[in-house]
Design a protein around this ligand. Sequence first.
Ligand SMILES: Cc1ncc(COP(=O)(O)O)c(C=O)c1O
Length: 472
Amino acid sequence: MAFRTAAVRLAARTTPRAPLLPAISKRFASAAATQTQSHIPTQTKDQIKRDAGLPNPDPAADSASVALVGEHAPYMVATYSRPPPVFVKGEGSYLWDIENRKYLDFTAGIAVNSLGHCDPEFSKLIAQQAKTLVHASNLYYNPWTGALSKLLVEKTLASGAMHDASAVFICNSGSEANEAGIKFARKVGKVLDPSGNKTEIVSFRNAFHGRTMGSLSATPNPKYQAPFAPMVPGFRVGEYNNIEAINELVTERTCGVMVEPIQGEGGVQVASEEFLVALGKRCREVGAVLHYDEIQCGLGRTGKLWAHADLPVEAHPDILTTAKALGNGFPIGATIVNAKVAEKIKIGDHGTTFGGNPLACRLAHYIVGRLAEKELQEGVVAKGEVFKKGFEALRSKYPELISEVRGKGLILGLQLTRDPTEIVKAARERGLLVITAGTNTLRFVPSLLVTEGEIEQGLEILDRAIEATVGV
Ligand SMILES: Cc1ncc(COP(=O)(O)O)c(C=O)c1O
């Protein structure tokens, strides 16, 4: 309990309402108390000298953070390699760790917290709805699953994207939204060709569609697939942006084609308009459904409600999946379909226990309303330009390191000529969180409400981080 008091006191310095910490053992309590009292852990002289020059040096070996992780990590299946800071609080574009270090967050929980951390209205709605109704199951109607579905369709139609959006299946995550998309495509294939020959799903190299077996089968990355092989049968892989290969790839056997208009995990690679138009055309020719995965690039991130909004109608999808920003951190996903798909899905074909619960849907209803605002979207475009200008300046300064600037709005990538791990660490230790993608790409997916001042501050930190690692 001694630590709990100390940590709460620490957090209270930056917030009027202290975050609650889980119960912590005596071992952690004493490490934390030592840390908070002396602030001088047992470091080497070199370490102390280095740390003195850094605003946020990664927590030392005998810090409260390392003690807490040491206590908890053995109980967590080791699916992620995480840096040492332990985050306890977020507000807007900032995160604070357990040792009260403040970080400018250009990751937004991997393109999730588009309204920033703990948007006040969002937090208020969580509390309100939590006191009203959290879950009653999909066996019954509630006011919010339908309201969210209606709003998603209306805002999609009004945005100029997916002109024939008509109905929505709501679930809990991106993978699950894609899983529904895959099943819906298979069902359409079965209805169009009852012989069972129309079952192939096409996806593209460097795509990321999720970790469940169906979405993983459409994610042709050996690192993710190999340990879990064999994959679901019937998946084919094509080359992103290769128009010539489309006719051979998408055939009468194809029931669905999955594609990210901007590949996020794949390194912020943008699909060309010609490629998506050709893909759409070929899908209509062979009776395959076109499925856009906008889980990372959608919901305002490109400065339009959907990343494909500027494409001509022939490139519009039959299935559109979303998640991430849809809940601003609260788990939710959605599969939006047109009538050609919806009419082939029958009662009992698909389902979910938690998906569409009134709490998640009420929050997403508020979030979609905010993310569809024209002013917010115009802001995204303007802020994207500030980033790009800064990136070009960095590219001129470090031509050997930065080979390309990619992306749109606030989904941006800096292609580096070497492994960015050291830069990510150096940025973190200077108070900036960034993530990687693809092969040696630095990825920037901040809150869509990030300010120009914060962007400039972040770019300055990035510059210092690169400077510190040149030659590493
Ligand atoms: C484009 C895309 N699709 C699907 C997913 C999977 O979403 P989730 O992690 O919510 O299952 C992700 C996650 O990064 C994604 O970026």
